[in-house]
Design a protein around this ligand. Structure first.
Ligand SMILES: C[S@@+](CC[C@H](N)C(=O)[O-])C[C@H]1O[C@@H](n2cnc3c(N)ncnc32)[C@H](O)[C@@H]1O
Length: 207
Protein backbone atom coordinates (compact mmCIF):
# COMPACT_ATOMS: atom_id res chain seq x y z
CA UNK A 1 0.00 0.00 0.00
CA UNK A 2 1.15 3.51 -0.76
CA UNK A 3 2.65 5.19 2.27
CA UNK A 4 0.65 8.22 3.27
CA UNK A 5 2.20 11.40 4.56
CA UNK A 6 1.52 12.32 8.18
CA UNK A 7 -0.54 15.31 7.12
CA UNK A 8 -2.81 13.34 4.78
CA UNK A 9 -3.50 10.64 7.38
CA UNK A 10 -4.26 13.41 9.91
CA UNK A 11 -6.67 14.92 7.40
CA UNK A 12 -8.41 11.56 6.92
CA UNK A 13 -8.69 11.03 10.70
CA UNK A 14 -10.21 14.51 11.16
CA UNK A 15 -12.54 13.97 8.24
CA UNK A 16 -13.81 10.70 9.70
CA UNK A 17 -14.47 12.41 13.05
CA UNK A 18 -16.20 15.34 11.43
CA UNK A 19 -19.79 15.80 12.62
CA UNK A 20 -20.95 16.79 9.12
CA UNK A 21 -19.30 13.83 7.41
CA UNK A 22 -21.17 11.53 9.78
CA UNK A 23 -24.46 13.35 9.28
CA UNK A 24 -24.07 13.30 5.49
CA UNK A 25 -23.68 9.52 5.56
CA UNK A 26 -26.69 9.06 7.82
CA UNK A 27 -28.93 11.50 5.96
CA UNK A 28 -28.00 10.42 2.44
CA UNK A 29 -26.13 13.52 1.30
CA UNK A 30 -23.21 13.04 -1.05
CA UNK A 31 -20.94 15.52 0.68
CA UNK A 32 -20.58 17.47 3.90
CA UNK A 33 -20.91 20.58 1.71
CA UNK A 34 -24.70 20.01 1.72
CA UNK A 35 -24.79 21.38 5.28
CA UNK A 36 -23.26 24.67 4.16
CA UNK A 37 -26.05 25.26 1.65
CA UNK A 38 -28.71 24.06 4.10
CA UNK A 39 -27.44 26.54 6.70
CA UNK A 40 -27.16 29.41 4.21
CA UNK A 41 -30.63 28.70 2.87
CA UNK A 42 -32.17 28.38 6.35
CA UNK A 43 -30.72 31.77 7.18
CA UNK A 44 -31.41 33.69 3.94
CA UNK A 45 -34.32 31.74 2.34
CA UNK A 46 -32.85 31.68 -1.15
CA UNK A 47 -34.50 28.55 -2.55
CA UNK A 48 -38.26 28.63 -3.04
CA UNK A 49 -40.59 25.97 -4.43
CA UNK A 50 -40.36 26.40 -8.21
CA UNK A 51 -36.93 28.12 -8.17
CA UNK A 52 -34.77 27.84 -11.29
CA UNK A 53 -31.20 27.26 -10.10
CA UNK A 54 -27.77 27.02 -11.75
CA UNK A 55 -25.23 25.07 -9.65
CA UNK A 56 -21.57 25.59 -10.68
CA UNK A 57 -18.88 23.21 -9.44
CA UNK A 58 -21.62 20.76 -8.51
CA UNK A 59 -19.82 17.41 -8.10
CA UNK A 60 -20.27 15.15 -6.21
CA UNK A 61 -23.74 16.69 -5.89
CA UNK A 62 -24.32 17.67 -2.25
CA UNK A 63 -25.62 21.17 -3.11
CA UNK A 64 -27.63 19.86 -6.06
CA UNK A 65 -29.41 17.40 -3.76
CA UNK A 66 -30.40 20.26 -1.45
CA UNK A 67 -31.42 22.47 -4.38
CA UNK A 68 -33.68 19.80 -5.92
CA UNK A 69 -35.26 18.96 -2.58
CA UNK A 70 -36.08 22.56 -1.77
CA UNK A 71 -37.08 23.76 -5.25
CA UNK A 72 -39.45 20.79 -5.59
CA UNK A 73 -41.01 19.34 -8.72
CA UNK A 74 -41.86 22.70 -10.24
CA UNK A 75 -38.25 23.83 -9.87
CA UNK A 76 -35.30 23.33 -12.21
CA UNK A 77 -31.69 22.59 -11.31
CA UNK A 78 -28.96 22.87 -13.94
CA UNK A 79 -25.59 21.66 -12.65
CA UNK A 80 -22.10 21.83 -14.14
CA UNK A 81 -18.75 20.35 -13.17
CA UNK A 82 -15.51 19.43 -14.83
CA UNK A 83 -15.79 16.05 -13.07
CA UNK A 84 -18.35 13.35 -13.65
CA UNK A 85 -21.35 13.32 -11.36
CA UNK A 86 -23.68 10.42 -10.57
CA UNK A 87 -27.14 11.41 -11.82
CA UNK A 88 -29.59 13.03 -9.41
CA UNK A 89 -33.29 12.90 -10.24
CA UNK A 90 -34.43 16.35 -11.29
CA UNK A 91 -30.94 17.69 -12.08
CA UNK A 92 -29.76 18.43 -15.62
CA UNK A 93 -26.01 17.91 -15.58
CA UNK A 94 -23.38 19.30 -17.94
CA UNK A 95 -19.87 17.89 -17.66
CA UNK A 96 -17.29 20.42 -18.74
CA UNK A 97 -14.73 23.02 -17.78
CA UNK A 98 -16.46 26.28 -16.95
CA UNK A 99 -13.45 28.27 -18.15
CA UNK A 100 -14.11 26.96 -21.68
CA UNK A 101 -16.68 28.17 -24.22
CA UNK A 102 -18.53 25.00 -25.11
CA UNK A 103 -19.89 24.07 -21.65
CA UNK A 104 -20.85 27.71 -21.13
CA UNK A 105 -22.80 27.77 -24.41
CA UNK A 106 -24.58 24.55 -23.46
CA UNK A 107 -25.45 25.99 -20.07
CA UNK A 108 -26.72 29.23 -21.60
CA UNK A 109 -28.91 27.26 -24.02
CA UNK A 110 -30.65 25.51 -21.13
CA UNK A 111 -30.75 28.43 -18.71
CA UNK A 112 -31.74 31.16 -21.17
CA UNK A 113 -31.26 34.89 -20.65
CA UNK A 114 -32.45 36.70 -17.54
CA UNK A 115 -34.80 34.12 -16.07
CA UNK A 116 -32.83 32.18 -13.46
CA UNK A 117 -33.69 32.83 -9.79
CA UNK A 118 -30.46 31.69 -8.21
CA UNK A 119 -26.86 30.98 -9.27
CA UNK A 120 -24.85 29.04 -6.71
CA UNK A 121 -21.14 28.41 -7.18
CA UNK A 122 -19.04 26.23 -4.91
CA UNK A 123 -16.29 26.02 -7.56
CA UNK A 124 -12.78 25.85 -6.21
CA UNK A 125 -9.57 25.19 -8.12
CA UNK A 126 -7.44 22.17 -7.30
CA UNK A 127 -5.37 23.66 -4.51
CA UNK A 128 -1.61 23.61 -4.94
CA UNK A 129 -1.07 24.91 -1.41
CA UNK A 130 0.70 27.96 -2.85
CA UNK A 131 -1.33 31.07 -2.11
CA UNK A 132 0.11 33.04 -5.04
CA UNK A 133 -1.21 30.43 -7.44
CA UNK A 134 -4.43 29.34 -5.72
CA UNK A 135 -5.78 32.80 -4.91
CA UNK A 136 -5.81 34.23 -8.48
CA UNK A 137 -7.21 30.94 -9.80
CA UNK A 138 -10.06 31.03 -7.33
CA UNK A 139 -10.76 34.73 -8.00
CA UNK A 140 -10.91 33.95 -11.72
CA UNK A 141 -13.60 31.29 -11.13
CA UNK A 142 -15.59 33.79 -9.04
CA UNK A 143 -15.35 36.36 -11.85
CA UNK A 144 -16.61 33.81 -14.37
CA UNK A 145 -19.51 32.89 -12.06
CA UNK A 146 -20.37 36.58 -11.75
CA UNK A 147 -20.29 37.03 -15.55
CA UNK A 148 -22.66 34.13 -15.96
CA UNK A 149 -24.95 35.42 -13.20
CA UNK A 150 -25.18 38.79 -14.98
CA UNK A 151 -26.42 37.02 -18.10
CA UNK A 152 -28.84 34.49 -16.68
CA UNK A 153 -30.32 36.06 -13.55
CA UNK A 154 -33.71 37.65 -13.56
CA UNK A 155 -34.28 41.03 -11.97
CA UNK A 156 -33.90 40.60 -8.14
CA UNK A 157 -32.17 37.23 -8.65
CA UNK A 158 -29.47 35.95 -6.29
CA UNK A 159 -25.83 34.85 -6.58
CA UNK A 160 -24.11 32.77 -3.90
CA UNK A 161 -20.42 32.22 -4.54
CA UNK A 162 -17.51 30.61 -2.70
CA UNK A 163 -14.38 32.76 -2.33
CA UNK A 164 -11.15 32.58 -0.37
CA UNK A 165 -10.18 35.48 1.85
CA UNK A 166 -7.11 37.18 0.38
CA UNK A 167 -5.98 39.31 -2.49
CA UNK A 168 -8.68 40.22 -4.99
CA UNK A 169 -11.65 39.60 -2.74
CA UNK A 170 -12.28 43.31 -2.10
CA UNK A 171 -12.52 44.06 -5.79
CA UNK A 172 -14.94 41.13 -6.17
CA UNK A 173 -17.10 42.63 -3.41
CA UNK A 174 -17.06 45.98 -5.21
CA UNK A 175 -18.02 44.29 -8.48
CA UNK A 176 -20.86 42.46 -6.78
CA UNK A 177 -22.10 45.75 -5.32
CA UNK A 178 -22.38 47.18 -8.82
CA UNK A 179 -24.87 44.46 -9.82
CA UNK A 180 -26.60 43.54 -6.56
CA UNK A 181 -28.36 45.90 -4.17
CA UNK A 182 -27.38 43.79 -1.14
CA UNK A 183 -24.01 42.08 -0.71
CA UNK A 184 -23.30 39.94 2.37
CA UNK A 185 -20.39 37.76 3.58
CA UNK A 186 -21.20 34.51 5.29
CA UNK A 187 -19.12 31.74 6.82
CA UNK A 188 -21.33 28.74 7.58
CA UNK A 189 -20.60 26.61 10.66
CA UNK A 190 -19.95 23.65 8.34
CA UNK A 191 -17.10 25.56 6.68
CA UNK A 192 -13.96 24.32 8.40
CA UNK A 193 -12.60 26.94 10.81
CA UNK A 194 -9.07 26.83 9.48
CA UNK A 195 -10.18 27.34 5.88
CA UNK A 196 -10.07 30.83 4.35
CA UNK A 197 -13.27 29.89 2.54
CA UNK A 198 -16.10 32.36 2.76
CA UNK A 199 -19.34 32.76 0.82
CA UNK A 200 -20.43 36.00 -0.80
CA UNK A 201 -24.10 36.54 -1.32
CA UNK A 202 -25.47 39.09 -3.77
CA UNK A 203 -29.19 39.72 -3.54
CA UNK A 204 -31.56 41.90 -5.55
CA UNK A 205 -29.82 41.68 -8.90
CA UNK A 206 -30.08 44.85 -10.98
CA UNK A 207 -29.72 44.46 -14.74
C1 LIG B 1 -15.93 22.00 -3.24
S1 LIG B 1 -16.29 21.09 -4.68
C2 LIG B 1 -18.04 21.29 -4.84
C3 LIG B 1 -18.86 20.49 -3.87
C4 LIG B 1 -20.34 20.51 -4.23
N1 LIG B 1 -20.91 21.84 -4.06
C5 LIG B 1 -21.14 19.56 -3.39
O1 LIG B 1 -21.94 20.01 -2.57
O2 LIG B 1 -20.99 18.35 -3.56
C6 LIG B 1 -15.66 22.13 -5.95
C7 LIG B 1 -15.96 21.63 -7.35
O3 LIG B 1 -15.56 22.64 -8.29
C8 LIG B 1 -15.23 21.97 -9.48
N2 LIG B 1 -14.48 22.83 -10.41
C9 LIG B 1 -13.29 23.43 -10.19
N3 LIG B 1 -12.88 24.09 -11.28
C10 LIG B 1 -13.87 23.93 -12.22
C11 LIG B 1 -14.02 24.36 -13.56
N4 LIG B 1 -13.09 25.09 -14.17
N5 LIG B 1 -15.13 23.99 -14.24
C12 LIG B 1 -16.07 23.23 -13.63
N6 LIG B 1 -15.98 22.78 -12.35
C13 LIG B 1 -14.89 23.12 -11.66
C14 LIG B 1 -14.40 20.79 -8.99
O4 LIG B 1 -14.33 19.78 -9.96
C15 LIG B 1 -15.19 20.38 -7.72
O5 LIG B 1 -16.06 19.32 -7.98
Amino acid sequence: MMKRSKSSSAWIANHEDDEYVKRARLEGYRSRASYKLLEIDDRFRLIRPGSRIVDLGAAPGGWAQVAVKRAGERGQVIALDILEMEPIKGVEFIQGDFTEDEPLTLLMDIAGEASIDLVISDMAPNLSGMKDIDQPRSIYLVELALDLARRVLRQNGVLLVKCFEGEGINSIRTELSSSFARVTNFKPRASRNKSREIYLLGRDFRQ
